[in-house]
Each structure stands twice: as C-alpha cells, then as structure tokens.
Design a protein around this ligand. Structure first.
Ligand SMILES: O=C(O)CCC(=O)C(=O)O
Length: 371
C-alpha cells in the first residue's frame, strides 16, 4: 500500500475525466467531456496549449518574475527598477514564507480557508519569502492575455455557462520547487450557497493551464464530486480525519505542461506546501453564468464597497474577452477566432493595440466579478 500521495495519484489516473479537447461534427464540445466534467467537477483537457504557446507563456512569466517586487509590499525589483506591479492599481504579487500556509485559519476572503495546513520548516538557504500568487496577470503577460482568448477554451466556457457567459477573475499561482506555500482547503464560491436554486454550476468554473508538468506533491488537490453537495464543513471534515489535512478521497490534479484543467469553483480543493524538486505555475482564469452574476451583490474594488453587478459593470469586464480574442488572432492568425456573442458587435472597437492596452486592459481587474 502506498502513501497518501501515491494513492491519490493512482486514484486520479483511474478517473475517466481526462483527454484531448474534442468536438462533435456539429462543432459542439464532445458530450463525453461535459458529462465527465459535470459528474466529477473537473476535467483535464490534455495538450490544449501547444509547445510553441507554452514557450511564449514561459518567456513572459520569466520576464514578469524578473520584474517582480523583491518582497511583499516592495516597490522595486531585484535590479532596483520600479517593480512591474507599480504600473497598475491592483496588480499584486502575494508572497509567503517558504512551505507555510499564509491563508489557513485567517479571515482572508471572508474566512473561506478555515483550517491551517501542516507547515514545514524551510530548507537551509531558503529565501525569506516566495511568490505565491500574481493577480491582474493578463496586463503583465501578453501570452497570458492570448491564452485567455483561446478559441477552444472559450467554446468550453460557452458549453458550460451558455453563450452569454461572463468573466470572473484570473491569477497565476506560483509554487516554487522545495519552497512553494500551501493554499488551505476551501471552495471558491462565496455568494449562492444558500440560494435555493443552487446547482452544480452556480458558481462557475476556472480553467487551470499548466506551464510545467504537475506531480502529487506540487499539484492542486481536489475531492471529486464535491462540487454538487453544497457547502462543505471543512473544520468537521478535518476533525473527523483525526485532525489531519490529508483528506480521504482527494486526488491531485495531474497534468503535463500545456494541459488545461476545467475545475468547478464549488470543488473542495487545496494545495500542500511544495516539497518536491519541481515548480508549478498555473494560469487560473474563470467564467460564470450571467444569471449567477447579473443583479447579484458583489464587491467594487476601487471603492472597496459592496455593489450590485449590473449590465454595465458586466459589460465593462467582458470587454477583456473580446480584446483577448483579437490579441490571440494577431498572434495566431491561422486559428479561427471564437465569436463571443455579447461583444461581437463591438469587435471593431476592441482591437488589440497599444491604445487599447492603455484604455481597456490597464486596471481591467478592478472590474472583476467575484461571487
Ligand atoms: O493552485 C493553487 O495551489 C491554488 C488555486 C486555488 O485555490 C484557486 O484558484 O482557487
């Protein structure tokens, strides 16, 4: 019998929820993919991002990291230049102590991380802090923006959330080899748990695109089928597991570089401190059903106050989908671009250019739609 990590690995590969992104002759996302996604709450789309695109993502990631602030709250990068996030209102590098759990058992995100994961002592010579998350990433890495406009992925978003789907937020999670910090057990959804109309898709889903192959030690861990049973009582689950954060039934999200997982935001998930010798970098970008967002109370980031997400607000944030489609078309002219119906008539005013980088993309994440 193996340990938690190797058992989880075997269980993950035994699930029938991975394979290439396939479409029917009529152009729909293959129903087997959607059936498995709705059943298990996640699906690994293998090889969606080809090697050339992975290389572009890597080049942009490395250049953003070279311009990262040196530590939490720093204004300069390691070479003494203004750090890349200084240009933006809300682009942040979240740092953490190596192998720690910075969010567990804190008030972060409305207290959605109720337990502290097991933390480990950092190896000798470890840095004081490591990057854990980069938010507002589409404006810092053009390859991240063009990934956002990926036609196959946007067809998946349409199949799951309907043709009038709307954006959520996006971030890059960074788990450096031997040092990466934990993200405690949680579910992402915040708004609709008590809504009588709650179903398996109410809080939308995230794409999780991988820059490097993942392994059981550095991967995200997920409890399959937990997206369709309502709000989990995480403290009770841990107590019933003898206080251990190695929750039974969970599996690692095992991917190759260029694989993109589709994960329900209602899934119970976490990541452990990365004690492996391999880094993980995951581009997370999510989408919702319009009906879960429009007329719903959310947060205004600029005013730092609650607001109701109305049509104008949703339209403002959705422009980034159209901009990304055009940016992608300019980078990959041989692809057939996705037609995003809500913005199709505005496509001409949302061409990707130096001007729209300033007028549309800059500070786009102030309009994130968080539910
Ligand atoms: O990738 C990770 O380790 C954490 C990601 C996560 O929890 C999320 O996107 O909600």
């Amino acid at each position: 019998m193996g340990d938690y990590f190797s058992n989880g690995e075997a269980h993950a590969y035994a699930l029938p929820n991975r394979g290439p992104l396939e479409f029917t002759e009529g152009g729909d996302v293959h129903p087997d993919i959607l059936d498995a996604y709705w059943r298990y709450g996640f699906y690994v789309l293998e090889g969606v991002v080809d090697t050339r695109e992975v290389e572009r993502l890597l080049a942009d990631f490395e250049s953003a990291m070279a311009r990262a602030p040196t530590h939490e709250g720093a204004e300069l990068d390691a070479q003494g230049r203004p750090a890349i996030d200084q240009e933006f209102e809300r682009a942040t590098f979240q740092f953490a102590r190596p192998l720690s759990d910075p969010m567990g058992a804190t008030d972060t995100a409305g207290g959605r991380y109720p337990v502290k994961m097991t933390e480990f002592e950092a190896p000798p010579n470890a840095p004081e802090q490591v990057v854990l998350q980069i938010s507002g990433s589409l404006q810092m890495m053009d390859a991240n923006l063009t990934l956002y406009g990926h036609p196959g992925l946007l067809r998946v978003a349409e199949a799951i959330n309907g043709p009038d789907f709307v954006p959520f937020t996006d971030a890059v999670w960074v788990k450096p080899a031997r040092y990466g910090a934990a993200v405690s057990w949680h579910q992402d959804g915040m708004t609709h748990w008590d809504n009588p109309g709650l179903d398996a898709g109410t809080h939308g889903f995230n794409f999780m695109a991988q820059l490097y192959p993942t392994n059981p030690m550095n991967a995200l861990w997920i409890v399959p089928e937990s997206h369709d049973v309502g709000k989990a009582d995480i403290k009770r689950l841990i107590a019933e597991n003898g206080g251990s954060d190695l929750l039974p039934g969970a599996v690692p999200l095992l991917c190759a570089a260029g694989d993109v997982a589709v994960c329900s935001r209602q899934m119970l998930h976490c990541s452990f401190p990365n004690r492996s010798a391999h880094p993980r970098v995951t581009y997370v970008f999510g989408f919702h059903r319009r009906a879960s967002v429009e007329g719903v109370r959310g947060l205004d980031f600029r005013a730092k106050e609650p607001i109701v997400y109305d049509h104008e607000r949703i339209h403002g944030r959705s422009r980034i989908i159209q901009l990304a489609i055009d940016a992608r078309q300019q980078s990959y002219p041989d692809e057939t671009p996705y037609v995003y119906q809500p913005l199709a008539e505005e496509a001409d005013s949302l061409r990707w250019s130096l001007r729209t980088r300033e007028t549309v993309l800059k500070d786009y994440n102030q309009l994130d739609l968080i539910i």
